[in-house]
Design a protein around this ligand. Sequence first.
Ligand code: UDP
Length: 373
Amino acid sequence: MQILLVGAGLSGAVIARRLAEAGHDCHVIDQRDHIGGNCHTRRDGETGVMMHVYGPHIFHTDDQQVWDYVNRFAAFQPFRNRVKTTVGGKVYSLPINLLTINQFFGKAMRPDEAREFIDGLADHSITTPQSFEEQALRFVGADLYRAFFKGYTEKQWGCAPSELPAAILKRLPLRFDYDDNYFSHRFQGMPRDGYTPMIAAILDHPRITIDLSTPYSPDMAEQADHVFWSGPLDGYFDFQLGRLGYRTLDFERFTHDGDYQGCAVMNYGDREVPYTRITEHKHFSPWEQHERSVCYREYSRAAGPEDIPYYPIRLVREKALLQNYQRRAKATQGVTFVGRLGTYRYLDMDVTIREAMDTASLFESCLAKGDPM
Ligand code: UDP
């Protein structure tokens, strides 16, 4: 079969690889001049530091198969994301853990005491939190919510936390010990040479051809037996029903002699600071030595038609529009919508890979049954 994959990010690469190994000819196109989608990495020309060009990506998963899969294509180095946040002129540890709680309240509580103390601050009148704000008030109470989440979230999402789904906050753990690892997954690491060589290795198969700087056009689909679309869901339909909301990011690059901030990610919780965080990229590759450092100040804003879409907003009020596009997608024969943009979801890399593997397997089994997707 002739398969067209629109988008050379993780979804496109993993599906292409599976289907190429099953004997199909896979043609991968991307409108950008590089592979890797928003996971793309490259060395900074001035400092030699490995850059996460579209913002930080830290690999973490509980899925043994996904971990084995990425390790098949790249050498991974151990990496723990230890994020800090600056709030009111002080630096705190994230995710909220026993150190954060003791620092913030000026106490020296043990785990049980802190648990009881926070429970006393939590708003128990909220039984099933619906929004980000309710989730925060229910689990950490108003003081910690205002300091660490409210301002950051308003900057990141451009709306009130009461309009956002609770699921966004559920990404972050709350700990009553001194574990400051941002993630709780069993497997965590960073590809030694960056994500782009890993994705290049996934795509490196004789049955896969890649065309970069190549925008999609409908006549390409006519020549293919099936299309996997990892571009924006609304974009496939020429935005006929309206535009789904995205946040885009602006990165303000600056260099520094030595170590600028002492960690990879420093968040800024205060509303008055216009950026959400500063990432210092050499700390994403702690096994390398660099004297000069390069950082990104990260600003979030609503994506216009010409901007790169990063985060799907998924406001409660946009649900109907999304459902209409989903209905159209389902009714579109010969096209499967995949990945963060194709399904309009806030996806981590491991989930993206898992879903891509499953989608390719489903495609194969439907084909074997003579019932194409
Ligand atoms: N968040 C926050 N304060 C922080 C860090 C995160 O309020 O210091 C909220 C914010 O709404 C963010 C969400 O938690 O969008 C998820 O955070 P995560 O660090 O997972 O975001 P990502 O790295 O994917 O941008």
